[in-house]
Design a protein around this ligand. Sequence first.
Ligand SMILES: Cc1cc2nc3c(=O)[nH]c(=O)nc-3n(C[C@H](O)[C@H](O)[C@H](O)COP(=O)(O)O)c2cc1C
Length: 222
Amino acid sequence: MQFADALRARKSVRAFRADPVPREVVEAILEDAARSPSGTNIQPWKVHVVMGPARDRLVAEVLAHRETRPDDSVAEFPNRGKRKEPYTTRMRTLGKAMYGLIGIPKGDEAAGWEQWGRNYKFFDAPVGLIVTIDKDLGSMSYIDLGIFLQSLMLSATSRGLSTCAQGAWNQFWSATRRVLEVPDDEYIVCGVSLGYEDETAPVNALVSEREPVSAFTTWHEE
Ligand SMILES: Cc1cc2nc3c(=O)[nH]c(=O)nc-3n(C[C@H](O)[C@H](O)[C@H](O)COP(=O)(O)O)c2cc1C
């Protein structure tokens, strides 16, 4: 697959088939992602791969934690900042399109809670990745992590697999920390679902919008 094709073909998939992904394929994708650049080459990424019974155990524990402590949804690290325009509109546009495809009416909080909970099943993907970072590192290292994630997702796409990056995994982080024995000096930044797209699922028809180049670029030429 050409680079531009992989870039355009990648999308967030939120329903996966049960077909397993061989460990060698996951390893090859991680090897590709490790070629990502990072400031002074510190390579700050750390990844927990969960598959098989280990995946099922994590899913069960985090979902149980979420049911008993639904308010425990704040990330351990300051991660959101203040929501304002134009970001709120973009976020609502995505939410409206996604929940529309799934058939969840606006204001149906129970159905919304249920659908968001699918994050913690990795949307039924057979492989889940939990990405962590050393707490001592600064914000530049999160740029490195983002580049690593995009490399990983494009590598997966080029191999016929699909992904969904998931900030959701920084919520209910204490359960994930306990199950995966993540050291206290690392933050759980996000997760990634990895597997084969369920092409019959309506939610996967979602095509997210993008602003034109002119909306985010200032040219200085003279
Ligand atoms: C850092 C990051 C965190 C994300 N967290 C979630 C998440 O928790 N759940 C989810 O369904 N999608 C999540 N997404 C997917 C975004 O909603 C998606 O990338 C965006 O809407 C653009 O759509 P596309 O990936 O299909 O191009 C996340 C994406 C990124 C990059």
